[in-house]
Design a binder for this molecule. Structure first.
Ligand code: GTP
Ligand code: MG
Length: 223
């Protein structure tokens, strides 16, 4: 949180004439709201994981492999709003963007993703706003994940705020692919369609590998 603020301050002093000290204050108050929403959802996920790990029917301890959280940086917020021709204010950011609070849940197997998502969506204070299932329909790049936008109430001193959080569910294998692919695209355009196709083909290979691992797991479990 501290480094984000330092980055924001630097951006403010070096860059845009439209950004003011008020912008930084607005970002800081947004961070409090969105970090709190992240904490709420992360706790819910940890509780689900704890229960699943203790479940004799599941009988595994790695349903959720890892949870990563981040509040969108000041720079990314501004860049995304600029692309949409919207000035940076706390209100505009909350209205326009659904991924200010982001959580990535990395599960072991594909069926774990749907089990955790179902459990989360059954909770009375979780409203599911949108589900984009890029496992059922991968992106043209080959990208697979389930993206969920949900809303949770967060109780502050004087008010209850309903805050959106974007949760990306992936398996370990999907995360391996997405991290490497992102790394490759981040530094270089991939103009060569043969290379793009080969990248996409690796996603298909990974998906087949995952199916085989799942099938082996089910065999071992005697299903
Ligand atoms: P954003 O403006 O980025 O939110 O675009 P969007 O809302 O149209 O896309 P979506 O919500 O489907 O996906 C956004 C996020 O998913 C990105 O920030 C990445 O984390 C991830 N993502 C989507 N497509 C790809 C892809 O092809 N490769 C990788 N590595 N990640 C992707
Ligand atoms: Mg998005």
């Amino acid at each position: 949180m501290r480094s984000e603020t330092a980055e924001a301050r630097q951006l403010l002093t070096t860059n845009s004439p439209t950004l003011t000290v008020e912008s930084l204050e607005a970002y800081q108050s947004l961070m409090i709201y969105y970090q709190s929403a992240i904490d709420e959802v992360e706790t819910k996920l940890k509780i689900i994981d704890r229960e699943l790990n203790n479940n004799e029917i599941i009988g595994r301890t790695n349903t959720i492999h890892n949870i990563q959280c981040r509040v969108k940086s000041f720079k990314s917020l501004i860049t995304k709003l600029e692309k949409r021709d919207v000035a940076f204010t706390a209100e505009n950011a909350s209205k326009e963007l659904t991924d200010i609070a982001g959580i990535r849940v990395i599960c072991a197997y594909v069926d774990d993703i749907y089990m955790v998502l179902k459990s989360l969506s059954q909770q009375a204070d979780v409203a599911i706003i949108e589900v984009k299932d890029y496992i059922k329909e991968p992106k043209p790049s080959g990208y697979r994940s389930v993206h969920v936008i949900l809303e949770v109430p967060v109780f502050f001193l004087k008010e209850t705020k309903y805050i959106k959080v974007e949760v990306q569910f992936r398996t370990i294998a999907m995360d391996y692919w997405a991290s490497l692919e992102h790394g490759l695209r981040y530094k270089h355009d991939v103009p060569d369609t043969t290379l793009t196709k080969r990248l996409e083909a690796t996603a298909t290979l990974i998906s087949e590998l995952e199916e085989e691992m799942l099938s082996i797991r089910k065999g071992i479990e005697g299903e």
